[in-house]
Design a protein around this ligand. Structure first.
Ligand SMILES: Cc1cc2nc3c(=O)[nH]c(=O)nc-3n(C[C@H](O)[C@H](O)[C@H](O)COP(=O)(O)OP(=O)(O)OC[C@H]3O[C@@H](n4cnc5c(N)ncnc54)[C@H](O)[C@@H]3O)c2cc1C
Length: 382
């Protein structure tokens, strides 16, 4: 996305990726927010699955189904990466399958090493993902800024997304149906859980849901789970380099959504560079979405570890969703990206009844509304 912006503005861009279009471990789900912002993600002939329903399962097995007006669009990453690389090539980028061994940003012009040769550039964009080892003048993401993931690509199809919460667990299990297979996996905080724990939870889930993993491909990967300090303390821009996507920790720590933020950060950096002012990139990211991600970072622990009236927050959420269509719609909108976190307070206070408002206020950590008598015939408690 970044290369495409720059090439369209007339710059010479070289893209290096050691895999190019590959099945990067991922759910591959694009929210409504991503589709609205980048309509080409829906309007194209590439194979993808449009999903309108999400089954949420609490740790005590209570269930609820959310129906979404706007679909979640799910891609195989080989297809999605291939589409983005093709767009970049058509805009004029050259694309090369190579491993970048190192970068050196000490001189005026930065250098990078591929195929045993050091080459010079005017500017380096580092988009090497969550396992990024190319760290000029910045630090790697630490354990408490990462999530572990494990999963399977299973040759089977389904029509709904499944999300399952677990007791005392900072993360969740998911099953994302793609066109001809499922991506089923688990994510959990790296500082709170071990890989053995993850594997055992996932094993129980696939067994219980009769998902055959005998011929399935197993994967594991890491996912940034930024803390508030990640955004304020970790540089993602220097004199002649910048980071985007997972390398810059542009991921929602509550949901693990990273595709939209990777695309958007790439676009923002590409535009800032094309205008000749890359120094504007961090402020533009902040204005576009990092306030949202910081908000999610503030509530993530309370969401997974907190309780409301003696029951864990995810279980209470499922219970309330079963009872209230209004609340179910609100969570559906949050999930699909139609509702952002930062304007949630207004919507909650305006539209939910007292117990639901108190529940959401306790998770989001804002002052709950004062108890007022509902007018006769009101369905505000819904
Ligand atoms: C299991 C899992 C499930 C997920 N599910 C979802 C989901 O459903 N929806 C969502 O929005 N997000 C999801 N995410 C997050 C999403 O996958 C990432 O946020 C997104 O891929 C980030 O894009 P990126 O381009 O920054 O990094 P990546 O997609 O990781 O791409 C980095 C690229 O850099 C290349 N590379 C790395 N090092 C080098 C090197 N030294 N030389 C050359 N090339 C190199 C790699 O080959 C790779 O292609 C998930 C993540 C995981 C781990």
């Amino acid at each position: 996305m970044c290369g495409e912006q720059l090439a369209r503005a007339g710059h010479q861009v070289r893209i290096f990726d050691e895999h190019l279009a590959w099945e990067k471990p991922c759910g591959g789900g694009l929210t409504n927010k991503a589709i609205n912002y980048f309509p080409f993600l829906l309007d194209n002939p590439y194979p993808k699955k449009l999903v309108h329903a999400v089954d949420l399962i609490a740790s005590d097995e209570q269930r609820v189904t959310m129906k979404m007006k706007q679909p979640i669009v799910i891609y195989s990453r080989t297809v999605l990466n291939g589409m983005l690389l093709k767009r970049a090539q058509e805009a004029g980028c050259t694309v090369q399958r190579s491993h970048v061994i190192g970068v050196d940003t000490a001189s005026q012009k930065p250098r990078f090493c591929v195929e045993g040769e050091w080459c010079q550039a005017d500017y380096l964009v580092l988009a090497a993902g969550a396992r990024n080892q190319l760290l000029p003048e910045t630090r790697p993401l630490q354990r408490d800024e990462l999530e572990m993931t494990q999963g399977y690509f299973v040759p089977q199809t389904a029509d709904a997304i499944t999300i399952k919460f677990l007791p005392h667990f900072e993360g969740y299990i998911w099953s994302f149906p793609r066109q001809d297979h499922l991506s089923v996996g688990i994510c959990g905080s790296m500082s709170a859980h071990t890989s053995t724990e993850l594997r055992s939870h996932l094993g129980e889930f696939v067994e219980q849901h009769k998902i055959p993993t005998g011929n399935a491909k197993f994967y594991s990967h890491v996912l940034p789970s930024p803390q508030e300090r990640t955004f304020s303390q970790r540089p993602v821009l220097g004199r002649n380099w910048a980071m985007i996507g997972d390398a810059a920790a542009c991921v929602d720590p509550l949901t693990g959504e990273g595709l939209f933020y990777a695309l958007r950060s790439g676009e923002l950096l590409g535009r800032a560079l094309a205008e000749g002012c890359p120094e504007k990139y961090p402020a533009r990211v902040k204005a576009a979405f990092s306030a949202e991600l910081e908000f999610a970072a503030r509530i993530v622990r309370r969401f997974y570890r907190g309780s409301f009236l003696g029951t864990s927050v995810p279980t209470r959420m499922v219970q309330f969703m079963r009872k209230s269509p209004v609340f179910r719609q609100l969570v559906g909108d949050l999930f699909s990206g139609a509702q952002d976190y930062t304007s949630l307070k207004q919507r909650v206070l305006g539209h939910l009844g007292i117990s639901l408002s108190q529940f959401v206020s306790s998770v989001l950590n804002f002052e709950p509304p004062r108890v007022a008598r509902a007018p006769r015939g009101s369905n505000a408690g819904d």
